[in-house]
Design a protein around this ligand. Structure first.
Ligand code: ZN
Length: 133
């Protein structure tokens, strides 16, 4: 019984098994794509919006151009930047609470306004990058 194999063995199953898997995928409504897995060189399948390899099971992000490749890899960095910016805004918020004089309030408010601008820009770029996947 193949079903009972531990995952580490299942990964190493031969070609006939991946053909079986492909047939199963097709039966369940998956689409076979022209693109192949970079590791196994078998056709990739799109199923419920996700593209994966029927042989090794890895999920693949399909990209159309070099520009989109850059945008896809940029996404985790942008998420990181957004977190940093939010942290800064939190710090500034604390300063704003402590501000007693008009001059200090003005200074901290100006800073807050700058960081909110940065946050909005980061989110715009991030949104575009996430659309590319
Ligand atoms: Zn593969």
């Amino acid at each position: 019984m193949r079903e009972g194999f531990p995952t580490r063995f299942r990964r190493r199953l031969g070609l006939s098994d991946s053909v079986k898997r492909m047939a199963e995928l097709l039966k369940s409504g998956a689409t076979m794509l022209q693109e192949t897995c970079p590791d196994c060189h078998v056709p990739l399948f799109r199923f419920r919006g996700e593209v994966s390899c029927p042989q090794c099971g890895r999920k693949v992000i399909l990209v159309k151009s070099d520009e989109e490749i850059q945008e896809v890899t940029a996404l985790p960095i942008l998420v990181n930047v957004e977190e940093t910016v939010l942290l800064k805004i939190k710090e500034i918020n604390e300063e704003l609470k402590e501000a007693k004089t008009a001059a200090k309030l003005q200074q901290v408010s100006a800073l807050l306004s700058i960081w909110l601008d940065v946050l909005q820009k980061v989110r715009n770029v991030k949104y575009k990058a996430s659309k590319a996947t």
